[in-house]
Design a protein around this ligand. Structure first.
Ligand SMILES: NC(=O)c1ccc[n+]([C@@H]2O[C@H](COP(=O)([O-])OP(=O)(O)OC[C@H]3O[C@@H](n4cnc5c(N)ncnc54)[C@H](OP(=O)(O)O)[C@@H]3O)[C@@H](O)[C@H]2O)c1
Length: 168
């Protein structure tokens, strides 16, 4: 499994159920990396997508503890154990963890790679991504040159996990 996220200088990713910044180029980057893959997300992240709908051209898996929850066009699972069983036969590089805060914190060390868009900004936030620079098992392996859009500076970075944990 691989993770993909956009963070700011505080590793913030969201506020009140929404993303923090609007960067069309980063959305294209996200689409390019995730197209045709299996996406894993928490229930709140699904509900934050446009119209609360799954993303097209990808298999969308949503985790919730609510057994009655239904999401048209998505596979609904109820635990990381169910997730492990469901994705067992999918090549690990084809499974993308796309958020949010709670799912990233639970599953980041089960990922072998993270695509991290780093935005050079700070704003009010209530949702965060684990700070990979503080985690001994994660190594920053590349960062693109800085880009600029909508007055924001950002770069596309990649981290690898030297000690991937099994998904239980
Ligand atoms: N910047 C980015 O790249 C990015 C990406 C994604 C999301 N976000 C932001 O992140 C925020 C959402 O994060 P969040 O932490 O509030 O929500 P979340 O992780 O998307 O979803 C949390 C929900 O997932 C379910 N869940 C979590 N762990 C589970 C488990 N082990 N088994 C079964 N279900 C589980 C629970 O659903 P139930 O309550 O239904 O049981 C939980 O309330 C939003 O602001 C969003 O915009 C940002």
């Amino acid at each position: 499994m691989q993770a993909i996220v956009a963070v700011d200088l505080n590793y913030a990713i969201g506020n009140k159920g929404q993303m923090l910044y609007h960067l069309p180029d980063d959305l294209k980057h996200f689409a390019r990396i995730t197209r045709g893959k299996t996406l894993v997300m928490g229930r709140a992240t699904l509900e934050s997508l446009p119209g609360g709908k799954p993303l097209k051209d990808r298999l969308n898996i949503v985790l919730t503890r609510n057994r009655d929850y239904q999401a048209e066009g998505a596979v609904v699972l109820h635990s990381t154990q169910e997730l492990a069983e469901y994705i067992a036969d999918i090549p690990p590089d084809d499974v993308m963890l796309i958020g949010g805060d709670s799912l990233y914190h639970e599953l980041i060390d089960c990922c072998d790679k993270a695509y991290v868009t780093k935005i050079d900004a700070v704003t009010q936030a209530d949702s965060f991504f684990p700070n990979l620079d503080d985690k001994a098992n994660w190594e920053l392996v590349s960062c693109s040159p800085t880009q600029e859009q909508n007055g924001l500076h950002f770069s596309y970075c990649e981290y690898v996990n030297q000690m991937v944990e099994p998904l239980l």
